[in-house]
Design a protein around this ligand. Sequence first.
Ligand code: CA
Length: 712
Amino acid sequence: MNKLIFAAAATLALSACGQSADDMSETGISAERLLAAQSDDANWITYGRNYEEQRYSPLDQVNAETVGDLGLTWFADMDTARGQEATPLVMDGKLYVTTAWSKVKAYNAATGELLWEYDPEVPGETGVKACCDVVNRGVAAWGDHLFLGTLDGRLVKLDRETGAVEWEKVTVDQEKSYTITGAPRIVDGKVFIGSGGAEFGVRGNFAAFDAGSGEELWRFYTVPAGDEDENSAEYLQAAAKTWSGGVLGSESGIGGGGTVWDAMAYDAGLDMLYIGVGNGSPWNRAYRSPGEDGTGEGDNLYLSSIIAVKPETGEYVWHYQTTPGETWDFTATQHIMLADLEIDGAQRKVLMQAPKNGFFYVLDRETGEFISGDAYVPVNWATGIDENGRPIENPETRIDVTGKPAIVAPGALGGHNWHPMAFHPGEGLVYIPAFEAAMAYAPEENWKPDPKRGFNVGFDLAAGDLPPDEGMRREIAGTLKGTLIAWDPVAKKPRWTVEHPGPWNGGLLATGGNLVFQGTAGSEFNAYNAATGDKLWSFAAQTGVVAPPITYTVDGEQYVAVLAGWGGAYAITVDGDLLKRKAPVRNVSRLLVFKLGGKAQLPAAAEMVQTPLDPPPSRASADVIAAGGKSYARYCAVCHAPGAVGSTVLPDLRRSGALVNAAAWQSIVHDGALEDNGMASFSESLSKEQIDAIREWVIFRANQDKALEGER
Ligand code: CA
């Protein structure tokens, strides 16, 4: 698997480079402080709490005995109603959190007093470039500054005391559909940030910037450009041999994908930075890397891989590819966690990941050697992983450009998505916020990429729409499941599992109080016994919680904080009606902070008001409706849900007032009248005729569902 292992100099050389005098002060975040983050009980100074990204806090005031007294002590309402995925940082009594649209807010961590706020004023039309909601997962701290990646691709350096901008740097080609949602990480004064966009035709990469000057130090591309020669980086020459051509180097500019939109981890002893690489662009390998047998050919390195690089230079060290020839949107951008475990009697430095493909991997993080890979959710695309670390694929789940569709488990949302896991060193468990949601992948003949707008996946997305049949919808809803899995990475199986009513539950925190905290899609914020999974405490959050909690102390008192607010990929693309039947999920974007004896009360939850379905009659021809449905699936479904069944986060188009007014519909979709809200113009990709056909299709769908309502 890993034939390209370079000799790794395991010397730890932490110089003071990038750490200018005015960056550092008594309260500044230094290289030493970041290395010692695990023992810094009071604070939470980097995204995953430590460089190993373990999200384990030794704090134990809140524990199995006392958690019953845990109560809300303050809360802060956010000024957006979109998905909230951020991990707050806490330093010296101040809490810094990012919200939707890449805004930053600073609070007194004990009282909730707002200290400052910063809005990077991301142009609203950027929303259409984001596959998975306009979320942001957090800032990084260095010296007396914070570093923020914005949705439109900027890296911004802020004064931690005041929120003032010191500099900002555009890190992506803003002509293309790159977006930043992830938190930067910082090693020794170098700020690392990648980006997303693999559904929209980009070439994945991430880069290092000098924390002092903002200068770009190096950039690492994860997939070949298609023009590699003997002067190209060796790792890219090697990768180019695993692609058959296809989109690489083609006029379509479809990029190949492989974006680095979330996970990173750092081993200071080995001086290696680990990053997770995303899916192919387009998804369907048959189009991306065409081959003899119809489903495409080649492993297409480094899609769906974990890559180790030298943080100083960006030099490639090793890679492990979780899903060779990726075709199902099986990213390996999921949480990368490092730990030292005893396996078969030997102490191993491991790297762990539960990527979308449904297998939990344990790798040797010095060499990339495969140690184990075991299914943590039901999987049908592979029957297992062979001893070389290569999946044993089920050929029935590979899709051609014509022929049979396949129902694949996990589906494109994965068995686990971006939601952070947590590790409990005492229990030796990794807690996984997992879910089960299979997906139908249908071929699309004569698919053509559109690098401007729309989902560039190479499958017929309209074919995956749920049928307008109440019984079938309920049956499908019944197959959706969310689980909290306490995974034993040595025994390679779960020790305990908690079942939630639906998928897309929150990220995790484990503590020295032997607790695991998690919010749920079912609008709860819960604490479980870390050893047994027994639910010990629950708070009614009034909204779906997807972000991971943190814990910290101020003046010796322990706090637990979580950013609540439903949203993200599942919330915007999955049938809102299904969700409502399983658990009503609304978005109330709000930071919730708890402590023992906390007495704050949330205001009463507002009723969820649902406008009745009242579409105009459907009079268009079947051809127009069918064409509209195809365009909808490609251009609209990613935000407004397949089948137009409405998410609870973005407008339900079946209930849109513009359905009756063709001119108003054109002014929104063609002319971009609502672009400040994130609804950009589609005039470069769709004609007025096509746009009106979409309206006719939505009218048709709304009438179907109105008839269903009558049946209930
Ligand atoms: Ca993707």
